[in-house]
Ligand binder design. Structure first.
Ligand SMILES: NC(=O)C1=CN([C@@H]2O[C@H](COP(=O)(O)OP(=O)(O)OC[C@H]3O[C@@H](n4cnc5c(N)ncnc54)[C@H](OP(=O)(O)O)[C@@H]3O)[C@@H](O)[C@H]2O)C=CC1
Ligand SMILES: CCCCCCCCCCCCCCCC(=O)[C@@H](N)CO
Length: 326
């Protein structure tokens, strides 16, 4: 088991959902924890809650309000956390993220940009600034840098389907970032820093409750085969993978199959991965034939009315607007 006692654990998006569930486990394991999120209220509530569960009164549980997509915010958050806790970060969990599932044509260019910022740039900032903080801490202490950086992606980063046109690419980008990062730290000053990419399936969180309100029916239908886990259950899977040193970590068996089928050039966790990849090849073939593609016809994302003669979608038809002006 990874020893977190008196270590600095830095968690973005730590005031709710998965981030808070991971924080609970870290506190139970004796870590000093810094939570990052935008809103002060939920941060304060989470800190107060976590303090009551800390096994040791000397454990520091603090909050740093910041927008993780904003680099200067994150620089300030890391600097302040290192000063307040008095230690460089040991485990960084780049978890802040959000999803607004909608049909491709219902998404605005701003939706695409915003998703990329809040998911991908938040992961970039946490790892880019965080790795420097780990190295700087070791340099000052005259020791070898040691730690873990966990990037939270999603099963939806391994597979793209209707509803996630603005979201899946941001999570696929995080998977790719994790591969590059893992390779860069294999040798040299960061050789004792390990990288993890977390790939959860659906989790019953405040964010999930929000996305369900706008999620297209087709998206819901395709997700129904993957169980919805509690964030606490997912935190158990997370630490299980982290403890074992696994590179990519999932939460459900479907997630495992998709990981093994879509692992590409990432290293295998165990030899069993090759067997699961074979299973996925066969299972996914049947799923594609019975649900993935047939459901797209059954629950259309782009209704025929959209292409009906004379139908102009005011909000999403800039070309139609332009031609009117001429
Ligand atoms: N729930 C699910 O089904 C799945 C979720 N995921 C991923 O897991 C991660 C956590 O999701 P979940 O727990 O559901 O999310 P929630 O929406 O429940 O919680 C999100 C947390 O992140 C914070 N946050 C959001 N945006 C920012 C930001 N720009 N800067 C700083 N903090 C931010 C929120 O606080 P505040 O709003 O105050 O900033 C809150 O603490 C995300 O990356 C998500 O994409 C992956 C697969 C499935
Ligand atoms: C034999 C093989 C069968 C294959 C079945 C495949 C089922 C795919 C399930 C995908 C679930 C996607 C969860 C996305 C969670 C997420 O990230 C969002 N909730 C956030 O917005």
């Amino acid at each position: 088991m990874l020893d977190l006692k008196n270590k600095h654990v830095f968690i973005t998006g730590g005031s709710a959902g998965l981030g808070l569930a991971i924080a609970k486990v870290a506190v139970a394991r004796g870590a000093h924890v810094c939570l990052v999120a935008r809103r002060q209220g939920p941060l304060d509530a989470a800190v107060a809650d976590l303090k009551t569960t800390a096994p040791n009164a000397a454990q520091q549980i603090i909050a740093e309000p910041a927008d993780c997509a904003v680099t200067s915010d994150m620089e300030r958050a890391f600097a302040s956390a290192v000063t307040r806790i008095g230690l460089p970060p040991f485990l960084i969990v780049a978890n802040a993220g959000a999803s607004v599932p909608k049909g491709f044509l219902d998404l605005t260019p701003q939706d695409f940009q915003w998703q990329m910022n809040v998911n991908y740039m938040s992961a970039v900032n946490a790892s880019h600034i965080g790795l420097r903080a780990i190295l700087e801490g070791a340099r000052r202490a005259g020791t070898t840098a040691e730690g873990r950086i966990a990037l939270v992606s999603s099963v939806a980063g391994l597979i793209g389907f209707s509803g996630y046109a603005a979201y899946s690419p941001t999570k696929a980008a995080i998977i790719s970032l994790g591969q590059c990062l893992r390779h860069e730290v294999l040798g040299g000053a960061a050789r004792n820093v390990k990288i993890h990419v977390f790939l959860p399936g659906s989790m019953d969180t405040p964010g999930f409750e929000q996305e369900q309100k706008v999620k297209p029916e087709l998206t819901k239908q395709l997700e129904k085969d993957d169980p919805i886990l509690s964030p606490d259950e997912c935190a158990v899977h997370f630490f299980n993978g982290v403890d074992k040193g696994h590179f990519q970590i999932t939460t459900t068996f479907t997630g495992e199959l998709l990981r093994c089928a879509g692992r590409m050039h990432a290293p295998a966790n165990t030899f069993l991965d090759y067997f699961k990849a074979l299973m996925a090849l066969i299972g996914l073939l049947f799923w594609r034939r019975t649900e993935l593609d047939p459901f797209a016809e059954k629950y259309p994302m782009i209704p025929d009315s959209r292409a009906a003669v004379g139908a102009v979608d005011e909000e999403h038809a800039p070309l139609a607007e332009e031609s009117k002006d001429k």
